[in-house]
Write a protein that binds this ligand. Structure first.
Ligand SMILES: [Zn+2]
Length: 329
């Protein structure tokens, strides 16, 4: 470090923590690469995924934060108070965000209902066994024409020009807005589920497999199903909720929720008409009822077939703390 610093004077202006953490991050990235979890890390480039790490004396007041080297910075949102040891600053669509970890245990809410089954899908984001439906905002689908238009204007600007920069920012802002809409809906859904229910049953969706289906890929990526699952996993731990993930091959949409009769259900058939007991129900609602019944009996016997008991999430939980980003002014 001393060798590099004497040659590059500008390094004295920035905190020593930023390059040190970058090296630690690199170590982690290579570790993950060698364990075949991730691909090899890519080189950083200015203006692309800008972000850095700071530690030291950090002070927080309701809507400003004092960062080492930088000083007081106003924030757009009110910050939670507590002891903060380090922060990460990131830039997204030309706005800066600060993220930090806090020790905080939320009070365990009183659960209003016991078991709920959820059918996660594309048409509606979630259909619950108590009859609640969460609509899918399909932010990308709604805004993709606008996005295409902005991307077109961007591509027509002269490279290196100021107008190109401005057009690029407009594209980035729209991307940011789409991701915000998606994030907001999923957070609302998963918070409501984990705060109000004792046991949640979901399917084990093969999301990456479904993304390979080109016809469905856009719609599935737009609904953020794997993010939904990830949030349910950590939030159920937070609010003391039992999360049951049904076996991937559990035919939740093929079984009749009343008599257990199993029949083929092509994707385009939106209503489940039972051939045996003549029950007629919405396809997704029927599936959610089946999932809810899984919680009652860990081994399900339907149509003479014994299904494997569902995997419980305790073992699957990734130990990840959710950090929230706060926008800076
Ligand atoms: Zn039936």
């Amino acid at each position: 470090m001393a060798e590099v610093k004497s040659v590059n004077q500008w390094l004295y202006k920035s905190s020593k923590c930023a390059p040190q953490q970058a090296l630690r991050d690199l170590r982690l990235a290579w570790d993950r690469c060698f364990k075949k979890i991730a691909k090899p890390p890519k080189f950083k480039k200015k203006y692309r995924k800008d972000g850095f790490y700071l530690e030291g004396s950090i002070k927080v007041e309701s809507n400003r934060i004092r960062l080492p080297v930088i000083g007081w910075v106003k924030t757009y949102e009110t910050l939670p108070t507590g002891i903060i040891k380090n922060v990460r600053l990131t830039r997204q669509a030309n706005r800066w965000f600060v993220a930090f970890k806090l020790d905080h245990t939320p009070p365990v809410p009183i659960k209003t209902s016991n078991v709920i089954g959820i059918d996660l899908g594309v048409k509606s984001l979630a259909v619950c066994s108590d009859g609640t439906t969460f609509e899918n905002p399909r932010a990308y689908r709604r805004l993709k024409r606008k996005l295409a238009k902005l991307q077109r204007t961007f591509s027509r600007k002269v490279k290196g020009s100021n107008n190109r920069k401005k057009a690029g920012l407009a594209v980035a802002k729209l991307h940011y807005r789409i991701s915000c809409i998606r994030k907001d809906t999923i957070h609302q859904l998963t918070s409501w589920l984990t705060k109000n229910h004792g046991t949640i049953v979901i399917e084990d969706l093969n999301v990456s497999g479904m993304l390979r289906n080109h016809r469905l890929a856009n719609a599935i990526a737009d609904s953020g199903l794997s993010e939904c699952r990830r949030q349910l996993e950590y939030k159920s731990k937070l609010y003391d909720t039992k999360l049951i993930i049904a076996d991937r091959y559990y035919p939740s949409s093929q079984l009749c929720s009343r008599c257990g009769h199993r029949q083929k259900m092509p994707l385009q058939e939106r209503i489940f008409n039972c051939q045996k007991c003549e029950m007629s129900l919405d396809r997704d609602f029927n599936a959610s009822l089946n999932l809810a019944s899984l919680a009652v009996s860990s081994t399900v016997i339907a149509c003479g077939a014994v299904h494997k008991p569902s995997t419980q999430v305790e073992g699957l939980l990734r130990n990840k703390n959710e950090t929230d980003s706060y926008r800076l002014v």
